[in-house]
Design a protein around this ligand. Structure first.
Ligand code: NAD
Length: 368
């Protein structure tokens, strides 16, 4: 029996509700596949502020340092909106990403036929959409120096600096090429090399990394064109590799393709196997405590955790297959159900977690 330490940080709003379902599924996988998952809970965000006075208490930081992987719900909410920036719940997330050096953000975007109705795109454009965005997370415009607001000769100006080193580009490019190896073997590197010096270096380094992966097709695309192609022909993409700011914008654009923000998982990875896994949505204070939130983004984040941090591919596939079948059979939370002709049964957050657990078990016993 393999032993893995998993830190679970439910956070705020719907965080605890959706994380509870993710943990149910994780425990089911542990029992079926005989893995010892040592699950330990920690406080983060507003919940931590209320109890400990800081958004990331030392105990939580230590828990995360010792863990093989971290599962997070979401942080934030109106209750803590007026706090100074260093005390805000979101600060905890930034500290975790920075402290654990999680430089690669991975967001898979997959189309489920029964959710076509919820997507703003026409169904014929959605068929076959199965892409993943690899976004550089700790460099570029958000962190480059100089940064700030300055005054000179009576004039006020503000500066943000887009800064990338060769090594920062090389390590994120490797993540993208490694991912493509187990997928459709295509990397689209997105930049603005016609204008930006960082993009020219980006292109040069990505090209060099590509030469070590002769089995992968590399194409370069300008970010403005990519934004257009994502709505015109999203099925053309396999792995999209891009820097921090471009990735921030493109991944939100790509997210709407699947119909509900509640469906999408994400992984943030560093040099080693340790990763932080969370649904892409926030704490949704408008529906918190109502047992109607969609937990599938969190459950699919558990699948990513098993795949990337624990190297348990079969187990990750078991969850993804179960989710696909649950949706195909028409079980839907409110966000997916409303006006959807493919929906058969409206289910609560808790019920959705239980149904996924049942489907995981059913599929496992069928294959035994
Ligand atoms: N990573 C994070 O923890 C994270 C990310 C984004 C926002 N936030 C925080 O969350 C709070 C709310 O932010 P927001 O309203 O802009 O974004 P949000 O993602 O929380 O909600 C946007 C809309 O989507 C709906 N929604 C979100 N997740 C859902 C789910 N699983 N099922 C069904 N519906 C869902 C919400 O009800 C809301 O109408 C803010 O405090 C923000 O700072 C946290």
């Amino acid at each position: 029996m393999s032993g893995f330490k998993i830190a679970v940080l439910p956070g705020d709003g719907i965080g605890p509700e959706v994380v509870k379902q993710g943990v149910k599924v994780l425990e089911t996988i542990g029992k079926l596949f005989h893995h010892g998952f040592e699950i330990q809970f920690g406080l983060i965000g507003g919940a931590a502020l209320d109890e400990k006075g800081v958004p990331l208490p030392d105990e939580t930081w230590e828990l995360c340092q010792k863990a093989d992987a971290i599962l997070l719900g979401a942080v934030g909410g109106p209750k803590w909106d007026d706090l100074p920036s260093h005390m805000r719940p979101e600060k905890a997330l930034l500290k975790l990403r920075e402290g654990l050096k999680l430089f690669a953000n991975i967001r898979p975007v997959k189309f489920y036929p029964n959710l076509a109705f919820s997507s703003p795109l026409k169904e014929n454009l959605l068929k076959g959409v199965d892409l993943v965005i690899v976004r550089e997370l700790t460099g570029g415009l958000y962190f480059g120096k100089p940064k700030g607001r300055f005054e000179e000769n009576g004039k006020v100006y503000a500066v943000d600096t887009m800064y990338y080193t060769y090594e920062e580009i090389e390590r994120i490019a490797k993540v993208a090429f490694e991912l493509a190896r187990n997928r459709k073997k295509k990397v689209t590197s997105v930049d603005k090399a016609n204008v930006l010096e960082t993009s020219r270096l980006w292109r040069e380094v990505v090209q060099k990394v590509a030469s070590r992966y002769p089995d992968i097709t590399l194409e370069h695309m300008y970010v403005d064109n990519c934004a257009m192609q994502l709505v015109k022909n999203p099925a053309q993409f396999d792995v999209i590799l891009t820097e921090n700011t471009f990735g921030d914008i493109l991944s939100d654009e790509a997210a709407v393709i699947t119909g509900s923000i509640g469906m999408l998982p994400s992984a943030s990875l560093g040099e080693g196997l340790k990763g932080l896994y969370e649904p892409i949505h926030g704490s949704a204070p408008d529906i918190a405590g109502m047992n109607i939130a969609n937990p599938l983004g969190t459950i699919l984040s558990v699948a990513l955790l098993l795949r990337y941090s624990l190297r348990l591919e079969k187990e990750a596939n078991a969850i993804e297959d179960a989710v696909e079948k649950v949706i195909a059979d028409g079980f839907m939370t409110k966000d997916l159900y409303l006006n959807n002709p493919s929906a058969k049964k409206l289910v609560s957050t808790e019920e959705m977690g239980d149904i996924v657990v049942e489907y995981v078990k059913r599929e496992y016993h069928r294959e035994e």
